[in-house]
Design a protein around this ligand. Structure first.
Ligand code: HEM
Length: 248
């Protein structure tokens, strides 16, 4: 085996970084679209129909949403399996290392622990959310989502998932930048400080945006609690001559 390089671990590392990057880009986009509720019910309705392909095909195809959910789930599965390689062996090694260094509190090590804990939590939290999206892709919209969040009590799941996913994504991007940046740059203290500042900025931004959206869905859901299951009719349909008289 002399001279033979085992490229397996390097490939696996690259694939883990790549799937992680794609997932981070997905969740940032997801938050932008999902927070359309802050602009009003009509805006969120429009976004929902756009993802169901209505502007393109003339009628909605919720199966498209199930398709995206399946792709995202596969990306998560690959990313998680590759991450699993690294613990619990690495976790034990990190502990031993920290103990050896005399209760050293190294910020990047702490961030790594946060990645492990939030990643583990998302096995359950993200799966629950993705399964609902996959099985009931037609059950998304200003009232459908708000009813699920308030009357279905999904806000509990989302509040936990929101914190877990944005810590994980923000720290993940920071670690990616540190890992793939040219060595001298990544090694410099100033660079590290700047990257960590950006990381916290991004995390705080998405936690703020997500919390504001979640509270908006909860408020709409609470006001709509007596009409659970009734679907939203956008104002531009109500005003057209095809309008079905609204019972809301
Ligand atoms: C195709 C995949 C996905 C779709 C179509 C989707 C769609 C949605 C929708 C419509 C909502 C609003 C609430 C509801 O209708 O129940 C929501 C909320 C949320 N989703 Fe997703 N989602 C997907 C994947 C994910 C993934 C993979 C994650 C994280 C791992 C995630 C994290 C969240 C969080 C944290 C919230 C609550 C946001 C807030 O607090 O404002 N979603 N999602």
């Amino acid at each position: 085996m002399t001279g033979q390089l085992d490229r397996g671990p390097a490939r696996a590392d690259l694939l883990q970084s790549l799937t992680g990057l794609l997932l981070v880009l997905f969740i940032w986009g997801h938050m932008m679209f999902e927070s359309s509720i802050l602009l009003g019910k009509d805006a969120m309705y429009w976004v929902t129909k756009m993802f169901e392909g209505e502007p393109l095909f003339g009628k909605p195809y919720p199966l498209l949403v199930s398709g995206v959910a399946a792709i995202i789930f596969s990306l998560i599965a690959v990313h998680a399996v590759l991450a699993l390689r690294k613990f619990p062996g690495s976790l034990r090694q990190y502990r031993q290392f920290s103990a050896h260094m005399g209760a050293m509190r190294h910020a990047d090590t702490t961030l790594w622990y946060v990645q492990v804990v939030t990643g583990f939590a998302m096995f359950f939290l993200a799966s629950a959310h993705l399964l609902v999206v996959f099985l009931q892709p037609d059950n998304i919209g200003p009232y459908a989502s708000s009813d699920r969040i308030w009357s279905g009590r999904f806000w509990i799941l989302y509040a936990l998932l929101l914190v877990a996913v944005h810590l994980h994504a923000g720290i993940g991007i920071y670690r990616l930048a540190m890992k793939w940046a040219p060595i001298p740059a990544a090694g410099s203290k100033a660079m590290r400080r700047r990257l960590r500042f950006a990381m916290w900025g991004i995390i705080v931004f998405f936690l703020g945006l997500g919390s504001a959206s979640l509270v908006t869905y909860m408020t709409i859901g609470r006001d709509h609690a007596d009409h659970v299951g009734e679907r939203y009719i956008p104002s531009y349909r109500l005003n057209s001559h095809h309008a079905v008289p609204a019972s809301e």
